[in-house]
Design a protein around this ligand. Structure first.
Ligand SMILES: O=P(O)(O)OC[C@H]1O[C@](O)(CO)[C@@H](O)[C@@H]1O
Length: 547
């Protein structure tokens, strides 16, 4: 039976937006600002310590009114409330979506299948706090009695990107007498380089995997265990040097980790939404239980804002809607995330999983093909100012439209002469240059030879948002992550996709399992792949040398 497609593009708000885009789409930001001097102070919103300036997006008040109408028509508020109340909105996996419960206060009550999950969340947080405090104080020692000096998180995807991003982002607050490493790639180089200079007797591995079956993580964890045992020579060392973060107690036991050293979470936490669950154990060891609770407080503040602010002043809703506008009406394919803060260097990588694994979908919630609109954009980015000396050329003068999210802070954590003013000057200059450009006449007026005028002209009208916060603190990071989590949710509702499954990663995993057997078989395997895969596989077998 054919499944009814989503007629999103025929809804009144979408149709009105399409007509509005057709009528005003060519308006230049230069003119929009010239005609409307209050624009830069009006097209802004504030919440949970973040200030969002979207006045340099290619929108007018009418665009925003229609986008908000789209959100209303699509039932964003009702879907949000369904998520917050524990409804099973991840329909393809039959699961609730309750990362908000991970930061709910002790007094909250959130039911899943009639059971309040908040007490369990706080029980795990309390156990994590106790463990983190013991590692930090030296009370938790390695098998030989030596103090733990190194913490290695072993995980991949949501079990790595959140922890490594948060560690880098909050490094300023991290214990200076502990070394943190993150191993994710099944490439043995990752583990080898991460452990090369470490003493196994002083090293704690946090094996983080929701399923505890992920090939990369299990392979790395097994090799890490072999590395520890080779040095310490006693199986009992595993209990002092390995802890697990998982939803799968059976697999944790099988691996040999004492469930007493396991920190659980639940199937209603998606991997890419899990950095504030027990998956954040390495973060908590780094910044301490207090710091972790501040981080949760930031998440919670943005959750509250998302739950209560009117749609037209609701930061996640606005960020989500602007993404829909840029993708579906202005035809942008990507979004550049440009943090002007070195501590946020892994933030673009973190956002890639959050956004693209969530909304990189081509069928609707009901399973109908999405034929006449685009869903999740491609996210990428680098910290400013490094990106300026690399790919900004294309942002300013290339043929593609790349909306940018600039992220900056009013106060630096490392005051050093003029550095911070120079950094922020660059952030502001880039947004200004992208929006307003430089006309051919302006270039000529500088005495530029005519043949160089086209090369030195900047078209402008390139949209960006700027997110400004006071200082990068644990709570700021929580608010920032929750902002994007809920923006992704908003877009998923508009596009009618299940933002919480990830079936697209399965096929490659299955094929790899088959190919591993073919690579490892002693006898020449009978190959039944396509001619390209067969030839590559044979070449690899012939040339890999002795193992
Ligand atoms: O935590 P796990 O179960 O090891 O999974 C790791 C990652 O693998 C995925 O399932 C698919 O890449 C991600 O969604 C998840 O974050």
């Amino acid at each position: 039976m054919a499944i009814e497609p989503t007629w999103l593009t025929r809804t009144p708000a979408w149709t009105a937006l399409a007509a509005h885009c057709h009528a005003t789409g060519t308006a230049h930001l230069r003119d929009l600002f010239a005609r409307d001097p209050g624009r830069g102070e009006r097209l802004v919103a504030e919440g949970a310590g973040l200030y969002l300036d979207y006045s340099k997006q290619r929108v007018t008040d009418e665009t925003m009114r229609l986008l908000v109408r789209l959100a209303e028509e699509r039932g964003v508020a009702a879907r949000r409330d369904a998520m917050l109340s524990g409804e099973k909105i991840n329909v393809t996996e039959g699961r609730a979506v309750l990362h908000v419960a991970l930061r709910a206060p002790r007094s909250a009550r959130i039911l899943v299948d009639g059971k309040d999950v908040v007490p369990e969340v706080h029980a795990v947080l309390d156990r994590m706090s106790d463990f983190a405090a013991r590692v930090r104080s030296g009370a938790w020692t390695g098998f030989t009695g030596k103090r733990i000096r190194n913490v290695v998180n072993v995980g991949i995807g949501g079990s790595d990107l959140g922890p490594v991003m948060a560690y880098e982002a909050l490094r300023h607050y991290a214990a200076r007498d502990l070394v943190f490493r993150f191993v994710s790639n099944v490439d043995g180089t990752d583990l080898a380089e991460a452990t090369r200079d470490l003493d196994p007797a002083e090293t704690l591995f946090v094996v983080s995997s929701k399923t505890f079956t992920t090939l990369e993580t299990m392979t790395n964890a097994a090799s890490a265990r072999a590395w520890v045992l080779a040095a310490l020579g006693d199986e009992r060392a595993v209990a002092r040097h390995f802890v697990a973060v998982s939803t799968n107690e059976g697999e944790v036991r099988k691996f040999g980790i004492d469930p007493a050293n396991m920190f659980g979470f639940w199937d209603w936490v998606g991997g890419r939404y899990s950095m504030d669950s027990a998956i954040g154990l390495s973060t908590m060891i780094a910044i301490g239980p207090e710091g972790f609770r501040e981080l949760l407080g930031g998440f919670r503040a943005m959750d509250e804002h998302f739950r209560t602010a009117p749609l037209d002043r609701n930061l996640p809703v606005l960020v989500g809607l602007l993404g829909v506008w840029n993708t579906d009406f202005l035809g942008a394919v990507t979004v550049a995330v440009l943090p002007y803060d070195q501590y946020l260097k892994r933030f673009p990588a973190y956002l890639q999983q959050l956004t693209m694994e969530s909304n990189g979908k081509r069928v609707s919630v009901a399973g109908a093909p999405i034929a006449d609109y685009s869903t999740g954009a491609i996210y990428w980015g680098e910290p400013g100012t490094n990106g300026q000396h690399s790919f900004y050329q294309l942002l300013h003068q290339g043929t593609h439209l790349v909306p940018c999210d600039f992220i900056g802070f009013c106060r630096t954590l490392n005051p050093l002469g003029r550095h911070h003013d120079l950094l922020v000057a660059n952030l502001l200059a880039q947004g200004e240059a992208l929006a307003f450009g430089k006309t051919a006449d302006e270039v000529r007026a500088e005495g530029t030879p005519e043949r160089l005028v086209p090369h030195r002209t900047f078209p402008g009208n390139r949209p960006s948002s700027t997110i400004l916060a006071d200082r990068l603190e644990p709570a700021t990071l929580g608010a920032l992550v929750a902002l994007y989590e809920h923006a992704v949710f908003t877009q998923g509702v508009i596009w009618d996709v299940d933002s919480f499954d990830q079936w697209g990663v399965e096929l490659g995993k299955v094929l790899a399992t088959r190919i591993v057997a073919e690579l490892e078989s002693a006898a020449e395997p009978a190959l039944a792949h396509d001619s390209s895969t067969n030839a590559l596989l044979r070449r690899y077998r012939a040339r890999r040398g002795q193992r």
